[in-house]
Design a protein around this ligand. Structure first.
Ligand code: NDP
Length: 385
């Protein structure tokens, strides 16, 4: 059976997820066509990708790099644009079927909303979009008949477990967490850790921001909120379990007590490929799991006392309104400060917690309220170190 080629826009094509998405597309030229590639400032890689994949257009967010990209692609039939507003515009192009959102952080929100309004299907890596404005984004998706296919491995696992089960209510989900590079460590140890240590994730190679989020367990806090919106769950239906080997990517428990898990070696190309090819599965040469290499899969309770960011994620989810938007903004500021040696590792959760106490709470935020809350939280967080 021949399946229609899907036309893809990759936002953040030069990042960890973006480059792996291009690997998937490179392996399946009959299934996918690249329509749009975007980057922030990495002009060299964007140019290289554009020459290989020949998209309809590219966007470089950093306007100072426009001329470099334009000159390099001059003799190719590829349109070149610059600036974040251009990203919001090109995602609406008629030829696009799916927009893969792999920009990091709050910066990915506006273009995702723009794509949803243009009725584009979304393959979502940019979890911050749902953390910041899950209510608004999922309502817009529903209104516009848009499906959001998760790329985060845990959410992809739940999505895969739900195939054929949509009429069966979820009793509970277990989001698995590797525990990051500092699993089992106490506050004394964490007080002096350096960014080089925090950037060494035991199981996954990812962009810098999410790698630090994994070390603080904020990544799991963000994922809890993401799961609530993606699968319409109540906070009490979501549990986090530490599973250091990252083989079981997450688990769904149904009302008869049956539990379904999705497993495999940690490799983001698999959830990326599934999000793009759904409802079909495509072949892959990804390394296969061998049970005998992993005789001991283990599970632990997360240490939310030491890794305060996970509790803050749950608190923000329970509070609702703009609380998660504030949490996200403060986290982005604190992570950047840590990565530029301005604050210590333990200070990250402190900055976030204090910001959450200070920003005014809005129960039912509009898009403009989210934009204001994000700005206010960033301003306050910056004064806290
Ligand atoms: P990276 O930092 O590796 O890549 C980010 C991408 O976004 C790059 O292409 C970057 O461009 C672009 N970008 C950054 N800032 C802006 C901006 N202000 N405007 C426009 N483009 C921008 O991140 P990851 O690929 O690791 O993560 C992307 C998203 O996917 C995050 O939300 C993360 O949480 C999520 N995710 C990532 C996973 C992973 O394995 N990496 C796993 C699960 C989820 P440039 O290269 O030019 O700077």
């Amino acid at each position: 059976m021949s399946v229609k080629q899907k036309h893809i826009a990759i936002l953040g094509s030069t990042g960890s997820i973006g480059t792996q998405a291009l690997e998937v597309i490179r392996a399946h030229p009959k299934d996918f066509v690249v329509e749009v590639l975007t980057a922030n400032g990495n002009a060299d890689l964007l140019i290289k990708q554009a020459i290989e994949f020949k998209p309809n257009c590219v966007v470089i967010a950093d306007e100072k790099k426009y001329q470099t990209v334009k000159d390099a692609l001059g003799k190719h039939d590829i349109k070149v644009f610059a600036g974040n507003k251009s990203i919001e515009q090109v995602v609406q192009m008629e030829s696009i079927d799916i927009v893969l959102t792999a920009i990091v952080g709050y910066a990915g929100l506006a273009s995702t909303i723009s794509a949803i309004k243009a009725k584009k299907q979304i393959a979502l890596a940019n979890k911050e979009t749902l953390v910041v404005a899950g209510d608004l984004v999922t309502s817009l998706a529903k209104e516009n008949g848009v499906n959001i296919y998760p790329i985060d491995s845990e959410h992809s696992a739940i999505f895969q477990c739900m195939a054929g089960e949509w009429q069966n209510p979820i009793e509970k989900i277990y989001l698995t967490a590797s525990g990051g590079p500092f699993r089992g460590k106490d506050k004394n140890f964490l007080a002096s850790v350096k960014k080089e240590q925090a950037l060494k994730h035991p199981n996954w190679e990812m962009g810098a921001k999410i790698t630090i989020d994994s070390a603080t367990l904020m990544n799991k806090g963000l994922e809890v909120i993401e799961a609530k919106w993606l699968f319409h769950l109540k906070p009490e239906q979501i549990e986090v379990i530490v599973h250091p080997q990252s083989i079981i990517h997450s688990v769904v428990q149904f009302k008869d007590g049956s539990m379904k898990a999705q497993m495999g070696l940690p490799d983001m190309r698999l959830p990326i490929q599934y999000a793009l090819s759904f409802p079909n599965r495509l072949t892959s040469d990804f390394k296969r799991f061998n049970f005998l290499d992993y005789p001991n899969l283990s599970f632990e309770k997360p240490d939310t006392e030491t890794f305060r960011c996970l509790s803050l994620g749950f608190e923000a989810m329970n509070k609702g309104g703009n609380a998660a938007c504030v949490l996200n903004a403060a986290n982005e500021i604190a992570v950047t400060a840590f990565l530029t040696d301005k604050i210590s590792f333990l200070k990250i959760s402190e900055v976030i917690e204090k910001t959450m106490e200070k920003v005014s709470f809005i129960q039912k935020p509009s898009y403009e309220d989210y934009v204001k809350s994000d700005a206010e939280a960033r301003k306050i967080a910056t004064t806290l170190y």
